[in-house]
Each structure stands twice: as structure tokens, then as C-alpha cells.
Design a protein around this ligand. Structure first.
Ligand code: ZN
Length: 204
């Protein structure tokens, strides 16, 4: 299994490609789908699933083009479905390559497991940054979207957001995972659970 980070769009969203041999899943293709398509072609990778950690434009902006190009399913946390059409306009306007995706093919629930490309993917619902925010747990790696950053947390003031719920989600659902788990956030540098438990000033 290999993790590749491609930074996309005006908000520098971390898009992650998790690949196993010639197949991959795409996490948070937030903008600039052409950049992703070029990378997939250059590495001869076939995408088998797109998962967005939440509904915000900078995490879904490239989904439409990828679905059209590869006929791949798009998965989103089930409690974000209603918010796809309630996009804060200032975010979608910021992302020049943003295109509204079709409705998700798969709605993800807490504790759901998906077996795909030879990997077991576990979904952990972490509401707060948005109602349907999820973390994606694959082996020793956790993709946290905008719920948890290196020494930061996502804002709670966008539609459906709740900062207290977000902090609770982090403490109950993320900080209970093993210390050595790698954290790959939606923006900024990667980190480890242990570092955030010890150093994240928003969670002291
Ligand atoms: Zn967000």
C-alpha cells in the first residue's frame, strides 16, 4: 500500500491516493481534477472508489470530472447528503475548478467497513466540522479531513457545523486509536495521534 499526497486548488487541499499495485482509492479530490487524472495516467493507476471526508467544496470540487472519466463510485458520510446542496457559496466560489458532483453513489455510516483494492477501509463518523464528517482508517493511517489538523482543528461555523461536537468526536473517536497511527489531514502536514494528544493546543 502506498499513500501519495497531491495538493490541490486555492485552499491547498490534501488529496490522497491510496494505491495497492495498479488500483487506488481517491480521498478528497477537492479541485484541479486534471492534475489527478494526469497523475493516475502517469502511474498507470485505476481508481476504484472516491471518498470525500465531508461535503465542503474544497473536498469535492474535482469529483464530477473523475466520475465522468473513470465511471467510479463516489462515497460521502450519510449525514452530509443534505448539505451538498447547501454549499457555502464563498467556498465554492474560491475554488475556480469546482464542479458540483452528482449525488453520492454510497452513503457511509459509522463503523462501516469496505473491502476494496485488497485493503480493509474502516469509516469512523466524526461529526462536528460538518454533520457527516468522517475519518477513513486504513491499516495504521487515519485520513481526518478537516476534523483534525497538525496542531489545529477544523472550524465549526460552516452550515451544520458544531465545534463542541467536533472536539468530542476527536477525543472519543480519534484519540482512542493507537498513539502511533499516522494522521493525514485535509490541509497541512501529516502528524501522529500521539503528537496531537500531547501538543494540539485546541484540545488541551
Ligand atoms: Zn471543510
Amino acid at each position: 500500500m502506498l499513500i501519495t499526497n497531491i495538493i490541490l486548488g486555492e485552499l491547498y487541499t490534501n488529496c490522497y491516493l491510496v494505491s495497492n499495485k495498479s488500483e487506488c482509492i481517491i480521498i478528497d479530490p477537492g479541485a484541479e481534477p486534471k492534475k489527478i487524472i494526469e497523475f493516475l495516467h502517469s502511474k498507470k493507476l485505476t481508481p476504484k472508489l472516491i471518498i470525500s471526508t465531508h461535503y465542503h467544496a474544497d473536498h469535492i470540487g474535482g469529483v464530477k470530472k473523475l466520475v465522468e472519466k473513470f465511471d467510479v463510485d463516489f462515497a460521502l458520510g450519510k449525514n452530509d447528503l443534505d448539505y451538498l446542496n447547501n454549499q457555502p457559496a464563498w467556498v465554492s466560489n474560491l475554488i475556480t475548478s469546482y464542479e458540483k458532483p452528482e449525488s453520492p453513489d454510497i452513503l457511509l455510516s459509522d463503523e462501516e467497513k469496505i473491502n476494496i483494492i485488497g485493503l480493509e477501509i474502516k469509516i469512523i463518523a466524526t461529526p462536528g466540522h460538518s454533520p457527516g464528517s468522517i475519518c477513513i482508517y486504513i491499516e495504521d493511517n487515519l485520513f481526518t479531513g478537516d476534523t483534525l489538523f497538525r496542531n489545529g482543528i477544523g472550524r465549526g461555523d460552516l452550515p451544520g457545523g458544531d465545534i463542541n461536537q467536533e472536539i468530542l468526536s476527536i477525543k472519543k473517536k480519534i484519540f482512542t486509536l493507537p498513539d502511533n497511527v499516522n494522521v493525514f489531514p485535509g490541509h497541512g502536514e501529516s502528524t501522529k495521534i500521539k503528537n496531537e494528544k500531547n501538543n494540539n493546543i485546541y484540545l488541551a
